[in-house]
Design a protein around this ligand. Structure first.
Ligand SMILES: O=C(O)CCC(=O)C(=O)O
Length: 282
């Protein structure tokens, strides 16, 4: 197991499964209770699986067919090992990720009533979807993933009545490198997070906490909470919960969206009011 190429010990001191909440639709109070207690809540089957897979197919069909393993479909999203030539940098103008987040299908998907209802349950009132919606695509060859961080460090110029919905766009078992949460970390005092920020591969950027997830868990305490996500699942987290992602070691490409909702009486961070572009600097 690794994240950004840095190995992580695979043992019970470092990893544990995320909590599941059966029949969450019938238990809005318990859903909220879990979210407040744990800083995240995993909701199985919250979205229509076929709609999720349609969006996956839409995205991967925008690449040259040579990027997909022969005999497979864009809906499968299986990497051939051939990196397309002549693509703009990831998520910048002209790249499929840049175009997808500006298109009507992605817009309708992210504005669907299911996600809004869940966000309203968790934030306790009407919500607005923040326009800056990030699409993430990680494939095996890259050894690239998200460093340990809290969302608040990227959006601290607005109110913190915010919830992030992390939406896997396709099945995402652990070998595809999904999102992991550091158990109980929403309660860790900020000064303790700050102590780790020197131990990073990006010393010029004070927002990530560390690229070394094993060390992060040892120093801060808690285990990395993982699960095998299925298309249709959504996991929601507090802006103060430490999270990261793992390297994809599978041929199945990881595609996901992070969508953020702010309570309507809160003030959105100005930087999140425009469509995402990977070079927007935020
Ligand atoms: O998908 C990832 O690798 C990171 C996502 C994330 O940081 C988030 O949803 O807040």
């Amino acid at each position: 197991m690794s994240s950004n190429g840095v190995r992580i010990p695979v043992d019970d001191a470092t990893f544990a499964r995320q909590q599941e909440l059966e029949n969450w639709r019938a238990q809005p109070e318990e859903t909220l209770n879990r979210f407040r207690t744990n800083g995240y809540v995993l909701l199985r089957g919250a979205l229509d699986r076929e709609s999720v897979l349609d969006l996956r197919a839409d995205y991967f069909s925008r690449f040259p067919a040579s990027m997909l393993r022969a005999g497979t479909t864009p809906r499968d999203g299986i990497y051939s090992g051939v990196e397309p030539d002549d693509l703009p940098d990831y998520g910048t103008a002209g790249h499929p990720a840049f175009d997808l987040v500006r298109g009507p299908a992605f817009d309708a998907f992210s504005r669907g009533p299911q996600l809004r209802d869940i966000a309203e349950t968790l934030l306790g009132g009407p919500v607005e979807l923040l326009p800056r919606r990030i699409l993430r695509h990680f494939q095996r060859s890259a050894a690239r993933a998200s460093r340990a961080h809290v969302d608040w460090d990227y959006m601290d110029r607005g109110s913190d009545t915010v919830v992030t919905a992390w939406v896997p766009l396709g099945d995402c078992p652990i070998e595809c490198g999904g999102l992991v949460y550091l158990e109980g970390s929403h309660a860790i005092p900020r000064a303790e997070l700050d102590r780790l920020r020197d131990h990073t591969d990006r010393p010029h950027d004070r927002r990530p906490i560390s690229n070394d997830l094993g060390m992060t868990a040892r120093v801060l305490g808690g285990r990395w909470l993982w699960t095998d996500y299925l298309a249709g699942d959504v996991v929601l987290h507090s802006p103060h919960l430490v999270h990261a992602s793992l390297d994809n070691t599978s041929d199945v490409m990881r595609l996901s969206a992070d969508l953020r909702f702010v309570r309507s009486d809160g003030r959105p961070d100005e930087r999140w009011k425009n469509d995402w572009s990977a070079d927007d600097g935020f």
